[in-house]
Design a protein around this ligand. Structure first.
Ligand SMILES: Nc1ncnc2c1ncn2[C@@H]1O[C@H](COP(=O)(O)OP(=O)(O)OP(=O)(O)O)[C@@H](O)[C@H]1O
Length: 735
């Protein structure tokens, strides 16, 4: 029997879906109309129409995205007014609001109100749905008067716990229906400044960071739409895990990048060994690169005789030195200042050559000077002399040379030990690693554009963009869709070249792009050099930085936020999350006990729930280890064959364990990143950062602890991944 209250809600929600469907039909009609008119016209007309078509298509996709759980809450305000809260805002045909977007200020009370501070609300109602049908309603009453009425709809188990118990799919989903008050405050915090969110594992840091990005994009649309938002995560697998959350919240214009993708044109997952990564991550590298660039500006030891079309011309070191000093004073990047250097030297040499020729009896007038200058410019000797003094460099070649030429490195690092220098030694053809990314970026910053043409092209692209936006504004006025379509979005579709694409496309391809806001996840892992890259990408210093200093596993990571952020800012606001939504209480307790026994300074958290399975520890002989792991996995699959399971192993054992499991479970098992789209994944602790699974089997936990300098942190990360069950299998207990 459906209660009258549930029936009423179903009816209201069905009117919301009817409105959603109507909007979809309307947008589809607009799209059809644009497509019908797509046959002729100028190139500009066609590209405008294509852009409108793309915007309508995106809008339809957005309306489709919100079909699931369109409305998930209701606030009953004092005075008897009800406000429905959902994934987007809807108005009826009279333009009256019938559903509030969760991001608008009036929706905040839905997340914030408590009995002690009801914020003008008498009650909050959670609507749980399956497909388009509301299946359950759950009330929280803030006003004692209401309790005297019909209370039969009060639910024993909250929407939150129901969400937390759901089987995981390998993809993170949004939490918009059940955001908690402490999370909501962070999500809605001001755009300006650096906000650091510290919290133990499973406290919702990633979820909060993503919802905050959606909130900021919605609330500061004008500002952020053209500057873009960058979200940085530790690895492509992590990005794959979170990538569906923002589209489900209706936001697509965001750049997601792993730390190996922050330098346009490079996409690397290659890791250096910990000591190499620590050295490359230290801010000493910034001054080394700066010294290296300077060393490429070299005054010759003595005079050089140059052959210019048979005429011998002497280039004095003093001339080079003074041209160099003037160019250096401009403080422009190496390749850019080089143009000035070249110009000064060529001017002086032209003058000198003219005088020399005159002294040999030739008549040289003003018009001849430009010919002489051309002769000089194309002279082999002059080119060699200028390049030797000031060589144009690409960042890639510069870094490759730095590592491949021991004598040059030694000359730049007189105080380093040979062992320290040896850490950087590498052949030119070795691929760049993740810790090379900030070095390339630093070098690019100091070197500037290699080719003056690129500079000019960039300027032309900017101008073109400005013209496109102006044209888009005119087109919007002509079509009478002001307020519905944004000129920036429309301009993004003009033209065919990739560089002109959407804000996100353009931002991702441009190293000098500066973002309106930057979100950094697992931020505790970042090195000072990586922070320097982000500082350059976000000069407005509007950042959301989330992480847990206790989970740091990279060798270049800092022990606290003040130190970690030194390269970015010394001015940040710190928020803490304290409730663990992921791991059940018994697993949280076991992980924290282990960490504290090894003196790992963790942020303790309170688990919101218990699970029915105790933490399971199995000690076996070494020759039985792999078969024991297979047995434990089999037993776990019997409990739940639909959920996700991670087998977390020291790197040495990963492939062996994978092969043994693959024999039994075939394509249900995958190793490393491949495993993340399979029910059973075999991973190292490092690969599980930020992820979660229904069940986790940790193999040889003791080896994980003693295996690296940050081994305890690695095991702590591994133990805090499960949402339901944790098994440990090893040949020795955890010391
Ligand atoms: N308010 C909420 N409602 C429903 N689920 C939530 C809520 N907050 C967090 N969760 C869920 O809890 C789990 C852990 O969240 P999340 O991954 O964001 O934590 P984290 O702090 O980033 O963890 P870690 O430090 O281990 O990476 C996720 O499944 C997330 O969806």
């Amino acid at each position: 029997m459906v209660s009258p209250e549930l029936a009423r809600e179903r009816e209201y929600v069905s009117t919301l879906y009817a409105r959603l469907d109507a909007l979809r039909v309307e947008t589809q009609e607009q799209l059809d109309a644009v497509r019908r008119s797509n046959a002729g016209g100028t190139h500009q007309n066609r590209s405008e129409r294509d852009s409108f078509a793309r915007i309508y298509t995106d809008r339809i996709a957005q309306l489709n995205e919100v079909d699931e759980r369109l409305a998930f809450g209701r606030l009953e305000l004092t005075g008897g007014v009800n406000r429905y809260i959902g994934r987007i805002g809807l108005r009826d045909t009279d333009q009256q609001p019938i559903l509030l977007d969760w991001r608008v200020p009036q929706a905040s009370a839905f997340y914030q109100a408590t009995a002690a501070t009801p914020l003008g609300a008498r009650a909050r109602r959670h609507l749980t749905s399956k497909g388009r049908q509301i299946t359950r309603i759950e009330d929280e009453i803030f006003d004692q008067d209401l309790l005297q009425g019909d209370v039969s709809e009060l639910q024993g188990e909250g929407a939150l716990l129901a969400a937390l118990r759901e089987t995981r799919t390998g993809r993170m989903s949004d939490i918009v229906a059940t955001i908690q008050a402490e999370q909501d405050r962070i999500i809605r915090s001001d755009l300006a400044g650096v906000l650091v969110v510290q919290g133990g594992p499973g406290t919702g840091k990633t979820a909060v960071a993503l919802h905050r990005a959606a909130f900021l994009l919605y609330s500061h649309r004008e500002r952020l739409r053209s500057t873009g938002v960058l979200i940085v995560g530790p690895s492509p697998s992590f990005l794959q895990y979170i990538e569906a959350v923002l589209p489900s919240l209706g936001e697509t214009g965001v750049v997601l990048a792993s730390v190996g993708q922050l330098y346009p044109g490079l996409d690397t997952t290659v890791e250096d060994s910990p000591d190499v990564a620590a050295l490359k991550g230290s801010d000493e590298m910034a001054s080394l690169i700066s010294r290296g660039v300077r060393s490429r500006q070299q005054v010759p030891a003595g005079p050089q005789t140059l052959d210019v079309n048979g005429e011998k011309l002497v280039l004095q070191p003093q001339l080079v030195a003074s041209a160099m000093a003037t160019a250096q004073q401009s403080r422009k990047p190496h390749n850019v200042a080089r143009q000035q250097f070249q110009k000064t030297v060529l001017n002086a040499l032209t003058k000198k050559l003219a005088e020399q020729l005159r002294s040999h009896g030739s008549t040289i007038d003003e018009a001849d000077l430009s010919w002489l200058r051309e002769d000089l410019r194309s002279s082999h000797d002059v080119r060699v002399a200028l390049n030797t003094a000031w060589l144009p460099l690409t960042p890639e070649k510069f870094i490759q040379d730095l590592f491949a030429r021991p004598n040059w490195l030694a000359s730049l690092t007189p105080r380093w030990t040979p062992e320290r220098r040896a850490l950087l030694r590498r052949d030119r053809d070795v691929p760049f690693s993740i810790s090379d990314v900030p070095l390339l970026d630093e070098a690019a910053e100091l070197l500037g554009e290699f080719d003056a043409k690129n500079d000019a092209e960039k300027r032309e692209r900017k101008q073109q963009r400005k013209r496109d936006v102006e044209n888009a504004e005119a087109a919007i006025r002509n079509m009478g869709v002001e307020g519905l379509v944004n000129a920036d979005d429309l301009a993004a579709g003009f033209g065919e070249t990739a560089v002109r694409g959407s804000t996100a496309d353009r931002a991702a391809a441009d190293r000098s792009w500066t973002y309106g806001h930057i979100v950094v996840d697992e931020a505790q892992e970042l090195s000072p050099m990586q922070w320097r890259v982000l500082r350059r990408r976000g000069p407005l210093r509007s950042f959301t930085i989330v992480g847990d200093v206790a989970q740091a596993s990279s060798a270049a990571a800092a022990p606290n936020w003040a130190q970690a952020l030194k390269a970015l800012t010394d001015d940040f606001r710190l928020e803490e999350l304290t409730v663990n939504y992921r791991t059940p209480a018994q697993i949280t307790a076991a992980a924290e006990r282990m960490a504290l026994a090894h003196n790992l300074p963790i942020t303790q958290s309170t688990a919101v729930r218990e699970s029915e399975w105790p933490v399971d520890w199995l000690e076996v002989e070494a020759d039985e280890l792999v078969s024991a792991v297979v047995d434990v996995v089999d037993e776990d699959r019997e409990i739940d064959s639909r959920g996700t399971l991670a087998v977390i192993v020291p790197a040495r054992l990963r492939h062996t364990v994978y092969l043994a499991l693959e024999r039994q479970h075939h394509e249900s098992v995958g190793e490393s990143a491949v495993g993340l789209s399979r029910p059973i994944a075999v991973l190292t602790p490092q690969e599980t950062k930020g992820l979660e699974f229904d069940s986790v089997v940790i193999v040889e936990p003791n080896e994980i602890v003693v295996g690296s300098a940050r081994g305890v942190g690695a095991l702590y990360v591994a133990m805090t991944r499960p949402t339901q069950r944790l098994h440990l299998v090893g040949t020795e207990p955890i010391i």
